[in-house]
Design a protein around this ligand. Structure first.
Ligand code: AHR
Length: 556
């Protein structure tokens, strides 16, 4: 029996959520077991063990010219009756401001590698119509009409995106075209965005002369697939060429490389090895992994279409499979980080997860122009919470992330159609969790029974409670998800090195786990105050089944 198996056995099926070094385990194990009567779970926050600052950029978003993300989502047009700010949907901006959207990635995704930024600048009525990357996607809902989602009118271009970011208080993150444009087009796009007014012809074409400068630049997207079908070695050569000379204009440019599909370590190892030949890590700020949770077939298939489930009508098995799929990101982060460190010994390059979320089969979209549009339930909220908690626990590694996608596509925070606008359960999670931004993540050890279910006829389990904690002065925030469909987890919460003065909580649950917010019933799922109090200075909290919780603790 290996040491890790022994430890896992020693805590009676519990779940360890910590990056703690093995030398500290023995000491910690003594305190892992719940001592409060009735409690079956325990959360231990170690105030003396900071993991790192939670980068606000972990709370990023992704807006691609795909289906109704831009047209019908963000962009309604300047002449629209729908309340807008220079053509941008006002309700969206207002709701976004509340959750502090640190960064927004645009224009793709796969779309990025067929986009010519020059098509989207200058007078709107002179901009060309172009065939969208997604025009032939097999997932289009039946009878989807032609429109800007198939033949892009380019009404929404760089200036509009930068305005959207400025209005929303978010930093722009632009994904450049590496497959079908040149390195010159890339550095001229940088020139267009960042050169000071009066210095360059391109800069003078910008509508906001003193506007937001763009620090984050993605050098291609999914270059192993839609972004060019490169080998890692070929992509490394392209990456070096694209980043070899790019003027700074006083901006601390941060280039992000197109990293692996999920846990593809070979892509990372071969790319980093090739980059290392030229010692080129100085030209890379971040390495972007993508991880979608889509296969709920319990191992019956790996087919991209067949493996997906429905967004609303899912079985208990699919519930657990999806959350288990999402939880795999924890190991992927550690493994990818370790491979990066084989070459980038001082870890100059940060890990970026700029596409993550649930991906279901078509059928729950709110309109047939919404390619890859899907509904959201409390299952998606738990997925979002557990993923954000995972990023916090890896605050020393993850420098930026973006959920896919912002509106009307995949695990959206918003659903819109014409003048209708609602927020999804995932939005509420971002609202509950955004307080972690910029705070110090603390090592947090969670032990709880694992939910069990039947997976393709066999008994299976997955991680139980999942959580993280951050500290800001005397203010401690703990966020926790309970994926168990039936069990309430009575949990003893211990804060090592401090005592608790007061506590309050917020919780997101659903009476029916298939329910969802809709245009007709927009508040089916929304957060509520949680029933939590201290008893003689100690904190025991009952995490409801299928819930997301935030505990706001004031330390003495
Ligand atoms: O988010 C949808 C698509 O998923 C993106 O365009 C692409 O990068 C990924 O495969």
């Amino acid at each position: 029996m290996k040491r890790r198996e022994f430890i896992a056995g020693a805590i009676a099926g519990g779940t360890l959520l910590s990056g703690a070094s093995q030398s500290t385990w023995g000491r910690k194990l003594l305190s892992l077991m719940p001592t409060a009567e009735g409690a079956d779970s325990r959360i231990e926050v170690l105030t003396a063990e900071p993991v790192g600052t939670i980068a606000p950029e972990i709370y990023g978003h992704f807006a691609e010219h795909l289906g109704a993300v831009i047209y019908d989502g963000i962009w309604v047009g300047e002449k629209s009756k729908i309340p807008n700010i220079a053509g941008i949907r006002k309700a969206l901006v207002d709701a976004l401001l509340k959750i502090k959207p640190s960064v927004i990635r645009w224009p793709g995704g796969c779309f990025a590698d067929s986009y010519d930024w020059r098509d989207g600048i200058g007078p709107r009525d002179k901009r060309p119509r172009r065939t969208n990357f997604w025009v032939d996607a097999g997932e289009w809902p039946k009878d989807a009409p032609d429109g800007p989602w198939k033949y892009d009118t380019n009404e929404f271009g760089t200036d509009d995106f930068l305005r959207f970011c400025k209005l929303s208080n978010a930093q722009p993150y632009i994904a450049a075209n590496l497959r079908s444009l040149t390195a010159k087009d890339f550095y001229q796009w940088v020139e267009y965005c960042n050169s000071p007014a009066g210095t360059t012809t391109l800069g003078d074409m910008r509508s906001d002369k003193d506007g937001t400068k763009v620090r984050y630049w993605g050098v291609g997207n999914e270059s192993w697939g839609c972004g060019g079908n490169f080998t890692p070695e070929e992509y490394a050569a392209e990456y070096r060429r694209f980043t070899a000379w790019v003027p700074r204009y006083g901006v601390n440019l941060a280039f992000v490389g197109a990293g692996p599909n999920g846990g593809d370590l070979d892509w990372t190892r071969r790319f980093f090895s090739k980059l290392n030949e030229r010692r080129a890590f100085g030209a890379m700020w971040g390495w972007a992994m993508h991880h979608y949770s889509w296969n709920v077939s319990s191992g019956r298939t790996t087919d991209w279409r067949q493996g997906k489930g429905d967004a609303i009508n899912y079985s208990e098995e699919e519930w657990y499979e999806l959350l288990h799929e999402a939880d795999r990101i924890d190991g992927m982060i550690t493994e990818c980080w370790n491979v990066m460190g084989e070459f980038d010994r001082t870890h100059r390059v940060k890990l970026v997860v700029d596409e993550w979320g649930a991906w279901f089969k078509p059928g729950s979209e709110v309109n047939n122009t919404h390619l890859l549009g899907q509904q959201s339930t409390i299952r998606d909220a738990i997925l979002a919470g557990q993923t954000l908690d995972t990023f916090h626990r890896h605050a020393d590694k993850v420098g930026m992330a973006a959920i896919a996608q912002l509106v009307n596509c995949l695990q959206s925070l918003f659903l819109t159609h014409e003048d209708k606008f609602i927020v999804t359960p995932t939005y509420h999670v971002f609202d509950m969790y955004s307080v972690h931004q910029g705070k110090t993540a603390l090592r947090t050890v969670v032990t709880s029974p694992k939910p069990s279910y039947t997976r393709n006829g066999q008994p299976a389990t997955l991680r139980g409670l999942n959580g993280s904690a951050s500290l800001d002065g005397k203010r401690l925030v703990i966020t926790v998800t309970n994926p168990d469909l039936k069990a309430t987890r009575e949990t003893e919460i211990a804060v090592r090195g401090a005592s608790i003065k007061s506590v309050k909580g917020t919780s997101l649950t659903a009476i029916d786990t298939h329910s969802h917010n809709s245009f007709a019933d927009p508040n089916q799922i929304q957060p509520k105050d949680a029933n939590v109090s201290l008893t003689a200075g100690s904190l025991v909290y009952k995490f409801a089944p299928a819930s997301v919780t935030r505990l706001d603790i004031e330390l003495a």
